[in-house]
Design a protein around this ligand. Sequence first.
Ligand SMILES: *[C@@H]1O[C@H](CO)[C@@H](O)[C@H](O)[C@H]1NC(C)=O
Ligand SMILES: *[C@@H]1O[C@H](CO)[C@@H](O)[C@H](O)[C@H]1NC(C)=O
Ligand SMILES: *[C@@H]1O[C@H](CO)[C@@H](O)[C@H](O)[C@H]1NC(C)=O
Ligand SMILES: *[C@@H]1O[C@H](CO)[C@@H](O)[C@H](O)[C@H]1NC(C)=O
Length: 357
Amino acid sequence: MRDVIISILLFMIICGFGFEGVSSKPQVPCYFIFGDSLSDNGNNNGLISTAKVNYSPYGVDFPAGIPTGRFSNGRTAVDIIAQKLGFKRYIPPFKEAMKSLHKFKGVNYASGGAGILPETGRLLGGRVCLNQQMKNHKIIISKLAFKNGGKAMAVLNKCLYTMNIGNNDYINNYFMPEDYISSHLYTPRQYAALLIRHYSHQLKILYQNGARKVALFGLGLIGCTPAEIAIHGATNGSACVDNINAAVLIFNDKLISLVDKLNARHTDANFTYINNAGMQLTTSQGFKVFNSSCCKVRSDGLCQAASSPCKNRSEYVFWDSFHPTEAVNAITGRRAYLKEESSDAHPMDISHLVKVQ
Ligand SMILES: *[C@@H]1O[C@H](CO)[C@@H](O)[C@H](O)[C@H]1NC(C)=O
Ligand SMILES: *[C@@H]1O[C@H](CO)[C@@H](O)[C@H](O)[C@H]1NC(C)=O
Ligand SMILES: *[C@@H]1O[C@H](CO)[C@@H](O)[C@H](O)[C@H]1NC(C)=O
Ligand SMILES: *[C@@H]1O[C@H](CO)[C@@H](O)[C@H](O)[C@H]1NC(C)=O
């Protein structure tokens, strides 16, 4: 009898029914993150780039208060999403994930300065553009397939994939007419169509590699960032640079159409759109300061190294001249996971996306 009890206990421990209970298991077996500086958690640290932030005061509110390469004072929206999904650790950057495939929970491929187009952000130096993020994903998948054989695909089908990219195709490309040719070649509508064509191609590759639960973040109102207001000046009678926001909203409209098209084409997959811009409008109303950064910034809009940031980060929308504070990221992550207004996600939020069979 005692032996039976011991083997039952042993069985429970081996199968993960430990003292923390079944609910401690994450809702998906793994989480893959693609994107730019809004999601980067250290992928740029080893690159020669001006778009890297592994220095103080970045990370001042991160556990232990150390810089990690995240472009914020604390967690990013994808960190929050990972926590909501029940992951106990943050999803590691690509190089770290490669070194710890034995305890695989996903990969963060995101890179500051990166865009949908390979040339986007070229003036910033090294960065991992979307093409290369997809190549890195294929490397990871081939290693997993080698390790797990035929079971790998079934697992990849159940994982969550989020993409938050395209901001730099405007900030570090289209709206820098002296350095990039795109605005001389294309109207905002043509440019958005070009970006969506590239994006659509990458999403097809993602699908072919087993992705079945994909959330695509729309772009934020870039024209309301202190950096763009400093460069272009707010539009007369507006708090923001209106033509930048108008261009971004064209992209977002086309992204929603793409989501609808992908859902119609791939009936065994679910794609969803997260309404960043819409959430930004209601979120910023809850903050005291929305037109200047919390940290003292350099001319490129990133924080000055070793400078003292504002005392109460929760009062600010912007941490530096481009990136939101953890307080804003927490709201974005929370609402992307579980929508608070029906417009937050289309057709479903992440909590529903991960539950689809
Ligand atoms: C800005 O608005 C003011 C008041 O409405 C107007 O007098 C001025 O001409 C406008 N300036 C420009 C550049 O449109
Ligand atoms: C989600 O995907 C499932 C198939 O996996 C499909 O039956 C369902 O209609 C999809 N839901 C939406 C809202 O697209
Ligand atoms: C920010 O807004 C406040 C209140 O509307 C205003 O007093 C301040 O001058 C603005 N700061 C900048 C940098 O535009
Ligand atoms: C910081 O700001 C938040 C939001 O305005 C407020 O709730 C909180 O009490 C402030 N904290 C301190 C220490 O002043």
